[in-house]
Design a protein around this ligand. Structure first.
Ligand SMILES: [Mn+2]
Length: 398
């Protein structure tokens, strides 16, 4: 597996020099300064590549795009759908010309990811990101005041949410809002509660089946181009992998992936296998999923969670990479087996890029102002642990 590291660009408090010291071999980044729907230019991509090469003395390069965002216009088939598709295709052409082959995206309505606490204290002294279903319901029902929100939770969850909301003071309420809004695409300060309500409202008439078809329609426009350009598109799962805010979700389970991979049966389209996202659902067996989806996995996110038992939706906390409900060693073994299979078949993409996805804030991470989930030391620790597992399994297989 190729060890990569997410970097949010020149604004990221964690530098490329940090990435190199952490053991990264490649960089995962995006032109985060551009709003979804705007075409990426050759100049902007070249500038980002030059920044990476310069800061690392040529040791690192831009391996994976995460994400080339799919605009809400594409996901909702808005009147400017064709223009937005053209912009996406233009960005793909520019990336292919720059020699970048792997493009990650997601197909979640409105939200990119959702947590209720960005820095939950851990007994060890660090902090972790957390999703608490009761807190989220308190946001949904009592702060966002989404019509019909109360009915979308089990009655005991809705009742507990009412008690939580009644106890919260103003600063606790705004911290909860900030945590939820952090997962919206682009800068968090762009979003007001009114914007969130409006964005959700657009999806009100759209079922999961409609969203699935819209996803296939998008892929029908971009996958043939990806084939011609030698690109690999890979879809990140829903995070968390269940419906929130009444929005449809279609990339949460093995069945979801098998449906879309079957509908768009091309090696140029595959999976970003994110163990942390998929693992937040008690009925997802990540090792079995990795083995079932292996031939179409183009990018791997290794992260772990400890979840509340029971059914989805449920609460979870991001755990240490090797200490959670996901059998991390089992997943890595499945990916290494797939790499061996690809090498034997002479596939050019035999080395699959992976990155430690998130890490706890520990040691000097605390108060460092890094992006939530993306501190230097916590991820370095995750990378080192994962690297140890890879080395041990590789030795045993030899
Ligand atoms: Mn991920």
């Amino acid at each position: 597996m190729r060890r990569t590291w997410r970097w949010f660009g020149p604004e990221d408090r964690v530098t490329l020099a940090d990435a190199r010291q952490a053991g990264a071999e490649g960089i995962v980044t995006a032109l985060h300064q551009l709003a979804p729907g705007l075409p990426w230019t050759a100049d902007a991509v070249a500038e980002r590549q030059a920044q990476i090469a310069e800061a690392s003395g040529g040791a690192l390069q831009w391996d994976v795009v995460e994400s080339l965002p799919v605009s809400e216009g594409i996901k909702t088939k808005s009147p400017d759908w064709a223009t937005q598709i053209d912009a996406y295709r233009r960005s793909m052409e520019v990336l292919a010309e720059a020699g970048i082959e792997t493009i990650c995206y997601n197909f979640m309505p409105v939200l990119d990811w959702t947590r209720t606490e960005l820095r939950a204290p851990l007994p060890s002294g660090g902090t972790a990101m957390r999703f608490d279903l009761v807190d989220f319901a308190a946001f949904d029902i009592h702060i966002l005041e989404r019509p019909g929100a109360a009915e979308s939770y089990p009655p005991d969850t809705a009742a507990a949410a009412g008690e939580v909301a009644a106890r919260m003071n103003d600063s606790e309420k705004s911290a909860l809002c900030e945590a939820v809004v952090s997962g919206l695409p682009g800068a968090a300060e762009r979003w007001t509660l009114e914007d969130v309500r409006a964005a959700i409202g657009i999806y009100a008439p759209l079922s999961a089946d409609v969203l699935r078809q819209t996803h296939v329609d998008f892929l029908s426009e971009v996958v043939p181009l990806a084939e011609r350009l030698g690109l690999r598109l890979c879809c990140h799962p829903d995070d968390p992998p269940f419906s929130l805010l009444g929005l449809p979700r279609t990339m949460s389970t093995l069945e979801d992936y098998q449906a879309i991979l079957g509908a768009v049966d091309s090696a140029a389209f595959g999976v970003t296998f994110c163990t942390g996202s998929l693992g937040a659902r008690p009925d997802n067996d990540c090792v079995a999923m990795a083995r079932a989806l292996a031939p179409r996995i183009h990018f791997v996110h290794l992260r772990n969670v400890i979840r509340e038992k029971g059914r989805a939706p449920c609460s979870f906390i991001e755990s240490e990479h090797l200490d959670g409900d996901v059998d991390m060693v089992g997943v890595i073994e499945a990916v290494l087996d797939e790499e061996a299979r690809r090498r034997a078949a002479g596939r050019p993409d035999a080395e699959i890029p992976m990155r430690p996805d998130h890490g706890h804030d520990i040691l000097t991470d605390i108060g460092s102002g890094a992006q939530p989930g993306y501190p230097a030391v916590g991820r370095l620790k995750g990378m080192a642990e994962l690297r140890g597992v890879i080395a041990a399994l590789t030795r045993r297989a030899a």
